[in-house]
Write a protein that binds this ligand. Structure first.
Ligand code: ADP
Ligand code: MG
Length: 318
């Protein structure tokens, strides 16, 4: 490897996941700036910090509006709007149901139906009052709870790439627990294209993980094998159905979205996950500049029309 091809990889644990920043020239100040940025965002959006802005909104549900920072207000506004549009799949008001199941956080039991019904009654995205002038958010019923777990990392990835660009950096990779966003041309390949590996769930031996060859885009995966528990043969995973209050039952193991904006990709990955292969492929095919790769329970791969199959498990995006 020549000097021009060196990678500088920084990694840290934050927000319950592993964050990796890859640069192609040493730049410790920008790495520290990005670390500090994420630490600040964690203090705003964490569900695990009672003093976060998000938890202040949740704690005062049914009591009064809570004024928050513009960053917090704006992301919540976009997340709630998307939830109103996608009410049967992506819904950031699923907090009470998420809390009930506690999947990935030590919960190992199926909640009582009465408790599920009660929690589901508190997930209406239209029961949120957003005041843009005051930057306030009001959850109008006690027990309502915002959970931005399905969108926040995408927003952070977009912001991190923006900060890298603003710092004059031409090429980089940010990876927030599998949510990947690329910047610029890959300096290690003649074409400047990147290859993004996608972990295939339960891949049989010798079966390659998926790879996407692409220009600088984002790749976001929603899957059920990151956080789940089993009772007997049933898998209870962490993507919960706003219509039933149960982990969504669909003939698919994971879906990866390829597009430019990572926040949008996060929403689409959840929406596509709910749609499954046939409806999901049709849905994504109608969206400009978005592609998707679905893996069903038989480990079969299904892609949208804009992806070119290069070789087994390898797809060309743009
Ligand atoms: P990952 O954490 O694997 O990246 P996702 O982006 O798919 O997963 O988001 C899953 C998280 O979003 C859950 O852990 C939970 O906090 C929250 N969540 C669960 N069900 C939904 C849903 N239907 N809509 C929006 N958020 C959800
Ligand atoms: Mg998501």
């Amino acid at each position: 490897m020549t000097g021009a091809h060196k990678k500088y990889v920084s990694q840290f644990s934050m927000m319950g996941t592993v964050i990796t920043i890859t640069l192609f020239a040493p730049n410790q100040p920008i790495v520290e700036a990005l670390y500090n940025y994420l630490a600040t965002m964690d203090r705003v959006f964490s569900m695990n910090r009672p003093d976060s802005e998000l938890m202040a909104i949740n704690r005062h549900a049914g009591q009064h509006p809570v004024a928050v920072s513009p960053i917090c207000f704006d992301l919540i506004q976009r997340a709630v709007t998307a939830s109103q549009q996608q009410a049967t799949s992506f819904n950031v008001l699923m907090g009470p149901v998420v809390k009930l199941w506690r999947i990935g956080f030590g919960g190992q039991t199926v909640p009582e139906q009465a408790a599920i019904d009660q929690a589901l009654a508190l997930t209406d995205p239209n029961a949120v009052v957003l005041d843009a002038a005051q930057h306030s958010v009001y959850l109008t019923h006690p027990g309502m709870m915002l959970d931005l777990g399905a969108i926040a990392k995408g927003y952070f990835a977009d912001q991190m790439i923006g900060q890298l660009q603003a710092a004059g950096i031409d090429q980089a990779i940010v990876n927030l627990g599998g949510n990947v966003k690329l910047l610029g041309c890959n300096p290690t390949t003649p074409t400047g294209q990147w290859t993004v590996g996608i972990q295939a769930p339960k891949a049989p031996r010798g079966y390659p993980a998926l790879q996407v060859v692409t220009t600088a885009k984002t790749v976001v995966t929603s899957g059920i094998f990151e956080r789940y528990f089993r009772i007997g043969n049933r898998v209870y995973h962490h993507i919960l159905d706003p219509q039933t209050g149960y982990p969504v039952a669909r003939p698919i193991e994971q879906v990866s979205i390829l597009t430019t904006n990572s926040e949008y990709a996060e929403i689409l990955s959840t929406v596509a996950f709910f749609k499954g292969v046939t409806a999901g492929v049709n849905y994504i095919n109608q969206l400009p500049q978005v592609e998707a790769i679905f893996i069903d329970h038989q480990q079969q791969i299904h892609t949208t029309a804009g992806l070119q199959h290069l070789s087994e498990g390898v797809y060309q995006y743009e």
